[in-house]
Design a protein around this ligand. Structure first.
Ligand code: BES
Ligand code: MN
Ligand code: ZN
Length: 498
């Protein structure tokens, strides 16, 4: 679908559909009022009949509205005007595009970015609208022998703005919104692919393609390289698998040379059986999503590269399967991490932290301005926070605030959880420096505590996305989170430091 920005007067332009908002209580937005006037009160009469109450997310499609040049008018419910905020804004765009995709309209003019959304400016509104539109029409059909539904007729969308003066900033919002959506959808594709396709080798190949396309520096470390570096905790997870592990390192350097990079480290377990501490069968298929952290790093790189964002960042992805097998790591095994610290592996299902810790040590060589790791790390985080917000941990409060703020702007929120010293005691081991699990209480916290022992040399934040990276049940599938948060974090750094 192609997008453009224009200051359009509603109702004047021939086309497939005009989309306007209706607040709860049948109160018309400015664009709806304009359509109503041109159609001599037609909209008002429709509303009076009670077919559109203005409830958020509802839509009503009208045809051949008198005096209106476009073939259709789509009314979109906005909810109460007093409550109309960021969430409602994204929701009404999603509802509108979803409804449009079910019509025969090939093009549409959408009058939603004209709505007032708190203090958000036109750039934010267009960026969010463009991203919401692109991610709404996303389908994952690569693995179907033939497409289930015909592709929507909709191929062109004009996001209408109020004035000529809005166009420049709206255009930047559009470019950024589409780039973000492409990053989100890329992460979703990688997450949705099954474990027999999306292997560590596949992730490395996708990373190479990405690097080639955007001319980025890439390096893929193989098992032998990891051995040389002493990455034994990473290797201990790969031990039970026939798929070779990979450590993918991509450098995106469009910022000033003197500026230290932000390093993103993504958990890339392409399938997590639990290893010898094997998981129960129900829902085990969802462990194909256990590389979502890795997917979000690649998705974020795609987004910022398409934006040509002037920042320096490095993506580090430890990728492996976690399988049982004759050579698999056993509970009680002790390994020496790249940092030199020894770890007693009491549960082979706590493998994410084992691959991340060596990657986090590897990150030191970049003298990072900040390191953020992203991981579907613990079921405990899902119990604590559900599927609404990601768990955030950090060894530096300003960095934590920066990550939270980015999540707010992006509508991809996180929640700050504690990392107090007292929790560290739960990792005590009688045999090694510490264990890889901390018992049932505060499982998301002790997982973060484990990582914190490898991140002393820089400012670090950890996002546990176990509850947010994918959906279960009927809508099972990757969400692409937290690509919006991470991209916004980098945008904020790029915008601020110039
Ligand atoms: N990939 C899982 C975490 C997970 C579980 C994400 C369920 C989403 C849904 C991780 O590798 C894992 O198995 N964690 C264990 C840790 C435990 C053994 C300390 C868990 O959460 O049960
Ligand atoms: Mn596991
Ligand atoms: Zn896992």
């Amino acid at each position: 679908m192609e997008f453009s920005i224009k200051p359009l007067v509603p109702g004047r332009n021939a086309g497939g559909c005009s989309v306007v908002g209706i607040y709860a209580g049948k109160a018309m937005s400015d664009a709806a009022t304009a359509l109503d006037r041109t159609s001599k009160g037609y909209l008002k009469r429709v509303l009076q009949r009670g077919d559109m109450e203005g409830r958020i997310g509802t839509t009503l499609l009208l045809h051949d509205v008198p005096g209106i040049a476009s073939a259709r008018v789509l009314l979109v419910g906005l909810g109460a005007q007093a409550e109309f905020g960021e969430k409602q804004f994204r929701r009404c765009v999603t509802a509108a595009v979803g409804a449009l995709a079910n019509t025969g309209a090939a093009d549409a003019e959408i009058h939603l970015a004209e709505l007032a959304v708190g203090r958000r400016d036109i750039e934010w509104k267009v960026m969010q609208a463009a991203c919401a539109a692109r991610t709404t029409i996303y389908r994952f059909e690569q693995m179907k022998s033939k497409p289930e539904k015909a592709a929507p007729a909709l191929s062109k969308a004009v996001l209408s703005v109020k004035t000529q003066g809005d166009i420049k900033r709206a255009a930047r919002g559009l470019a950024r919104g589409l780039a973000l959506a492409h990053g989100v959808n890329f992460a979703r594709d990688l997450g949705n692919l099954p474990g027999n396709v999306c292997t560590p080798t596949y992730l490395a190949d996708e990373a190479r393609k990405l690097a080639k396309h955007y001319r980025l520096k890439i390096q893929v470390l193989e098992r032998a390289d990891m051995k040389k570096l002493g990455m034994n905790t990473l290797l201990s997870v790969a031990a039970g698998s026939s798929e070779p592990p990979k450590l993918i390192v991509i450098e995106y350097s469009a910022g000033p040379k003197s500026r230290k990079p932000v390093v993103l480290v993504g958990k890339g377990v392409t399938f997590d059986t639990g290893g010898i501490s094997i998981k129960p069968a129900p829902e085990m298929d969802e462990m194909k999503f256990d590389m979502s952290g890795a997917g979000s790093v690649l998705g974020t790189i795609k987004a910022i590269a398409e934006m040509k964002l002037p920042v320096n960042m490095v993506g580090i992805i430890p990728a492996t399967e976690n399988m049982p097998g004759g050579r698999a790591t056993k509970p009680g095994d002790i390994v020496t991490s790249m940092s030199g610290q020894t770890v007693e592996i009491l549960n082979t299902d706590a493998e994410g932290r084992l691959i991340l810790c060596d990657a986090l040590t590897y990150a030191e060589r970049y003298q990072p301005a900040a390191v953020i790791d992203i991981a579907t790390l613990t079921g405990a985080c899902v119990i604590a926070l559900g599927h609404v917000v990601s768990g955030l941990f950090a060894n530096n409060d300003p960095l934590a605030r920066e990550v939270l703020a980015a999540g707010e702007v992006a509508g991809d929120r996180a929640w700050h959880l504690p990392l107090h010293d007292e929790y560290q005691e739960q990792l005590h081991s009688n045999f090694a420096d510490f264990a890889n699990i901390g018992g049932r209480p505060a499982g998301a916290v002790t997982a973060a505590c484990f990582l914190s022992r490898f991140t002393k040399k820089y400012h670090w934040a950890h996002l546990d996305v176990a509850g947010t990276a994918w959906k279960s049940g009927k809508e099972k599938g990757s969400t692409g989170r937290p690509v919006p948060l991470l991209t916004q974090f980098l945008i904020n750094r790029a915008d601020k430091k110039r």
